[in-house]
Each structure stands twice: as C-alpha cells, then as structure tokens.
Design a binder for this molecule. Structure first.
Ligand SMILES: [Zn+2]
Length: 412
C-alpha cells in the first residue's frame, strides 16, 4: 500500500450565520471529499500539543508523527532546509525578515512588499558589510530570509514583527531568556547571542538606509526595506526520517508552496517537489500539484501534498474565496488524484485533513481538533456520510491525538 496525505491548510471552520449556521465544508458540499468520507472512515485529530501555538509548522510536524517537544527548533532551521542550506551541528539558524521602520516604529513585517530580486541585492550587501566567519545572511523569498550564527545560542527571546505593527522597535530587541538551562547549549551565551543580534539589527539600519534601493524608494515616498528583524531560531532538528520509522516507505515526496512545510518534509526525509505556479493562494496551480502528486505516487511510497489557499482565504475573512478554495481543492486536486489512483497497480491509501481551523469570522488559527478521512480500496466504511467538522465527531476513529494519526494511517 502506498500513502498520500492531502492537506488543506486552515480548511476547518466554524458555523457561519450567513450560511444558515453551516460550516464552510457543510455549505460547500465538496463532492469528492464527501464521497471519500462515505466510502472510507473518519475521525477527528488534535494537531497542536499542549504549550504550542496553533501554527502550521507545529500542526504539520505533529501530523507527520513527530513529538514537537523533541524536534521543534523554530522556523529558522525549517527555512534553512527549504532554501537548501545544510545546517552544521554548531549552526544557529534564525528567520530574518527585512522590515519597514518609520519614526522609530515597525510599520510592516514585509519591507513594503519587497520582491525577491531586490532582496537578493540587499542580502548580498548585508553579507558584504556584516558577514563574517560567524555571521551569514542567506537569501530566501521576498521579505523572508535566514541568518545563521555559528555557535549562536537558541535561548533568547525574540518578537515576531507581524505581532507588533506600529510599535516602537527598540523595546522589542532581542533579550536573553532568563529561563535558559544553566548547562551551555552553544559556544555563545544567550546574552552574547542577543547582543550580537541587536548589534546586527542596528548596523543593518545604518547600512540599508544608504542602499540605492532604499534611496530610490525614499525619493518616491514609498516604504523602505530598512531593517533586518531576526526571530524564531534554533539548531538543526534531530528528526528520524519517515523511512527510518516505517520500513515500507522507501522514498517519499512533499509538495507545497510554503517554505516551512518544505522544510519539515526535508527533515522527515522527503524530497521537495517544486511545482511551477504553486503560489500558496487561490490562484495556485492545482492541476500541476495534482499531476506532481500522481507522478510521485508512481515512484515513491509516501506523498504529502499541502495546499495553502484555504488558510489564506480564512485570514482574509473572505467566505466566498474560502468556499472557492475548498471547491478547487476538491475538484482540481482530490478528484484527479482519486481517479489516477484507481488505475494504479499498487493500492493507495488517501488521507484528507486540515492542519488547524482558520475560521473566516476570526481570521486567525484556532486550536481545535480537525476532521479527517482515511480511505483505501476495500476499507470497511463507517456511518459518516459527509466530510465536515460535526459529522466526523461520529467517525469510527474517534478523537486521535498528534502522532496517533500517522500511526493509524501507516498501519494499513
Ligand atoms: Zn495561517
């Protein structure tokens, strides 16, 4: 049996009054998801362990069966994997936004919609002036980059810039974590790491203010990309690959437009398939992703397809867009995969689930169990007739927690 997980990020939702008190999945009536729920078995899954925020990187890591308390190292190391930077054991990798400051305040976390081409120049310039044996900037996508500190310590407190718009930046500088363990976990102390990062932040501002990109933006009265902002760092995760845990998986693949998800997949031992036109939005290349998944099922034993569009529509609070994203996921991704699987020699087990709800009326992630389907040829169905948040309460898998989902999924 081969295995494919199809994940609609943030797809689960709450009842909405304007939809007759139905959830979006109930209102959308997705044909293929409902069919797989009828013909397969369902349940609900707790995807966020206690003490963790309901972030996609947390929930997707749990869905792939990992114990967050053991493997979670923050965004930096995941983005390193997605960029293709091989972390050394003494590397501390931290996400490094390029942001916009005005009048001493954080104005945007995205540097005024900085484009990757422009960012490449800015990152090269920062490396030229601030880079050293110890400090290295690595270009990612748009405003999302990586800073690697050799010997840096992860026991520091950083502030994600998107959580602090219009706040003065100075009080938000990096601090040593007072609850850091007394045994040193890195050559640099937490305080030395915080001091180094803060020095880099201040010097990046002096340098970026003089860069031609920002001089041109200033002349046009547009937002500048005028400060680095590091947050969410960690060491190289020690994750056993899925192949090591499940001998029936000889090779596997991850398909996602999101760098964090690619990074989780990479540490899980999956190869990253980059699909042209995969954007993370409702205009994403569904057909391309479906085809890539079908091709991967011919060569690999395990495929993880992640679609971001449902989550983005949830954050936008756009009911129509989220309904459309659910419909596209159903008709343009699940349908072709389901049909192709019927023709394959080796049976394929399909799972469908979100990582967390992103309710359109709240516009943020919430920590609640998500509904899931597991289907394979010959499975004895349960009584659940629809794929939605309330029907799956009665599913025969009941309420699973964290790693229990992958164990069930891989047991067939
Ligand atoms: Zn989200």
């Amino acid at each position: 049996m081969k295995h494919i997980i199809i994940l609609g990020d943030g797809m689960a939702d709450h009842q909405v009054a304007s939809l007759g008190n139905q959830t979006l999945l109930q209102y959308a009536r997705p044909e293929y998801m409902n069919m797989l729920a009828r013909e397969g078995r369902t349940g609900r899954l707790v995807t966020v362990p206690e003490g963790f925020p309901p972030g996609s990187e947390v929930a997707n890591t749990a869905i792939l069966g990992y114990d967050l308390n053991k493997v979670y190292e923050g965004r930096g190391p995941l983005e390193a994997a997605s960029i293709g930077y091989e972390m050394a054991d003494d590397d501390f990798a931290i996400r490094c936004n390029i942001i916009t400051l005005e009048d001493g305040k954080i104005i945007t976390h995205n540097g005024g919609n900085l484009e990757t081409e422009d960012a490449r120049q800015l990152i090269a310039y920062l490396n030229q002036h601030l880079g050293s044996e110890r400090v290295k900037f690595i270009c990612g996508i748009q405003y999302r980059h990586l800073l690697v500190i050799k010997g840096g310590n992860k026991h520091i407190i950083c502030n994600p810039p998107h959580d602090h718009p219009n706040e003065p930046w100075r009080p938000l500088l990096v601090k040593a974590d007072p609850s850091a363990p007394s045994a040193p976990s890195a050559p640099l102390s937490p305080q030395a790491t915080a001091d180094l990062l803060n020095d880099l932040i201040v010097r990046s501002q002096e340098l970026l203010a003089k860069h031609p990109y920002n001089l041109a933006k200033a002349a046009k009265g547009e937002r500048q990309a005028n400060s680095i902002w590091p947050w969410s760092g960690g060491y190289r995760p020690s994750m056993q690959t899925l192949m090591e845990q499940y001998p029936q998986i000889k090779s596997g693949a991850v398909i996602s437009a999101v760098d964090l998800i690619q990074g989780i997949g990479k540490y899980a031992g999956l190869r990253i398939i980059k699909v042209p036109g995969a954007t993370g939005l409702a205009n994403t290349n569904y057909e391309g992703k479906a085809q890539a998944a079908i091709d991967a099922l011919r060569t690999d034993d395990f495929v993880f397809v992640h679609v971001e569009a449902t989550d983005e529509a949830g954050h936008d609070g756009d009911i129509d867009l989220k309904l459309k994203a659910i419909d596209y996921l159903d008709k343009r991704l699940i349908k072709p995969i389901y049909e192709a699987v019927q023709q394959m020699d080796e049976p394929v087990c399909i799972a469908i689930l979100p990582d967390h709800p992103t309710p359109v009326e709240l516009r943020i992630h919430v920590n609640e169990p998500v509904p899931f389907i597991i289907w394979y040829p010959g499975i004895t169905p349960d009584d659940v007739q629809h794929y939605d948040e309330t029907s799956c309460v009665n599913g025969s898998y009941g309420l699973l927690r964290l790693h229990e989902f992958l164990e069930e999924f891989m047991s067939v």
